[in-house]
Ligand binder design. Sequence first.
Ligand SMILES: [Ca+2]
Ligand SMILES: [Ca+2]
Ligand SMILES: [Ca+2]
Length: 291
Amino acid sequence: MKKTQILIYLIILFFIIVGCSRKDNPISPESSITFTPTNTSTTPINSPTITYTPGVINGTLNLPASAEGKNYYIYLFDIFTGFSNADASVSGVCGSGNSVSYSIAGPPGSYYLVVFIDTDNNGVLLSPNAGDYVGVYGATWPNWPANANVTISEGSVLNCDIDLVTGFNNVMGTITLYPYVQTSNKFSYIFIDTDSDPSNSNSVVNGTVFILGGVQDIDYSLLVLVPGIYYLYAIVDMDDSGTFNSGDQRGYYGVCSPCSGYNPSPPPSPNAYITNLSNINNYGFNLGIIP
Ligand SMILES: [Ca+2]
Ligand SMILES: [Ca+2]
Ligand SMILES: [Ca+2]
């Protein structure tokens, strides 16, 4: 009889314990969801391949005079950071006559379409100089279109004729050399640039002036084809090293105004406003010694 009672107690105790343990550990909803992870940790997800059919622009360049045998350069860009950074470009050789047929392909987008012809064959860093023929679609240079006026869509074919004119220098000024060193028979390199660094490829224009002995002021003049707000600076290679280093002279337009010092440092932001190309912008500045 006692054995039977003990057995009953044990059975009751068993059910109490099982009941309690169920109450204390309810099944969380999450544990009932089967989650099968995809195998992304070891296999890289392929980025979708963007493919598009470029649009094509065909047209005629109307020249002020024949430029037979001279090179033409055509660029598409939305934001201008130097000709070498254009969104698309094409070059070719002008045939006879006053008109040249061209074709350029580009990705979908809205662009400026700019051209110049290197009539004096100097080819300096692929930027034009006074006397080269220049043009922009939708305006007669030095006028400039109000916005990026060439819109390419996938596979589109546009016709854009461009009237070119003879370019002229629209930026000029006097550079004052550092007065406390002898500067003779040196080259001064002048840059109009979208940043303050001459060693990268986004100069808009660069020019060279040879400095004879006994002068402290040198005059420069440059043609800016594309309007913008730029850095304007000059460097004199004092040690003829071909690189710009400590001891060379350097100066930026607008570092101090009115400027009586000789400061080789760049301004914090571009400050040469060359936004109206028909203006003759006169920008003088001083050079200091690169420390
Ligand atoms: Ca030229
Ligand atoms: Ca630069
Ligand atoms: Ca040097």
